[in-house]
Design a protein around this ligand. Structure first.
Ligand SMILES: [Zn+2]
Length: 282
């Protein structure tokens, strides 16, 4: 089955990973800006990174027929340096008209600090002023519920922002309801050691339905599995879900969400609908 991975950090992956993704049916990825493994010392460090995200990664992906899109920001881990954050936010517009740039992200909170909230609000203001879509990182583990609540409240306080153009990522069972009820898109991140497993993600689809739900692998510096979305597809099939429901979550939904961005241009491959009498599954 063709699918999109809407949140994967390919700068931390090898070219072999692109090849494996393509062989497993991945035809598009979206890569949010994130932490480099070290704190960058200057705005030029971010400018170089944004060149990598908008020049080289799309090229590397294209070698395997994968469309590459990206989101730009300074991440929450580095937001404690408010002065540098402001320089980066002022520089981001240099890149917003580049092909494949879908919006501002992944912004959000990490430890729910005052400086993180300040920088988050200034990113929201940038997105509102420039009409960009937003991709949100929510904190992990014990900080997740409170951080997600703070993020939702800050977005809802800004009447300029259209919630249907915002995806709140790394949701879990205890945050899915609030995110979906407020009208946001919600991303489930599949991880081998923390966050959501494929089984839990399928539970969430069964509980809340496929509307505005996305599933991704994160594929970052830590232990993570870039092919986690196919694991989700397999789990959906093993539980007897239809091909059309699976495709809605892993293919139709990301395209629908991304299509709200002016820089999303995608030529879909011809997809054959399975016939009613055709066996599907594994
Ligand atoms: Zn991420």
């Amino acid at each position: 089955m063709y699918y999109f991975d809407p949140h994967i950090h390919m700068v931390s992956r090898t070219t072999d990973d692109y090849e494996t993704l393509a062989k497993m049916g991945c035809i598009g990825v979206s890569e949010p800006a994130f932490w480099a493994g070290y704190d960058r010392g200057s705005v030029d460090g971010f400018r170089d990174y944004f060149h990598q995200l908008t020049d080289f990664e799309p090229k590397r992906a294209s070698w395997y027929g994968i469309a590459h899109y990206t989101w730009l920001c300074i991440n929450a881990k580095e937001a404690e340096n408010v002065e540098l954050s402001r320089e980066v936010i002022a520089m981001i517009p240099e890149f917003l008209d580049r092909p494949g740039v879908l919006g501002i992200g992944e912004i959000g909170l990490n430890k729910n600090t005052k400086n993180e909230a300040t920088v988050f609000l200034e990113h929201l203001d940038l997105a509102a002023r420039t009409g960009e879509q937003i991709l949100i990182h929510t904190p992990h583990l014990e900080d997740k519920y409170q951080g997600t609540r703070m993020i939702i409240d800050m977005i809802c306080d800004d009447s300029r922002l259209d919630r249907q153009r915002v995806c709140v990522d790394h949701i879990e069972e205890h945050t899915a309801k609030a995110v979906l009820e407020e009208g946001f898109w919600a991303g489930m991140t599949l991880y081998p050691v923390s966050k959501c497993t494929p089984e839990r993600a399928v539970d969430i689809v069964e509980k809340f339905g496929p509307e505005r739900l996305l599933v991704n692998s994160a594929g970052d510096w830590g232990p993570s599995k870039p092919t986690a979305v196919p694991d989700f597809i397999l789990e959906m099939r093993l539980r007897g879900h239809s091909e059309s429901l699976i495709r809605r979550v892993v293919y139709d939904n990301p395209i629908k969400f991304f299509s709200q961005s002016r820089n999303f241009h995608f030529d879909p491959p011809q997809i054959d609908e399975p016939r009613a009498d055709e066996p599907v599954g594994v």
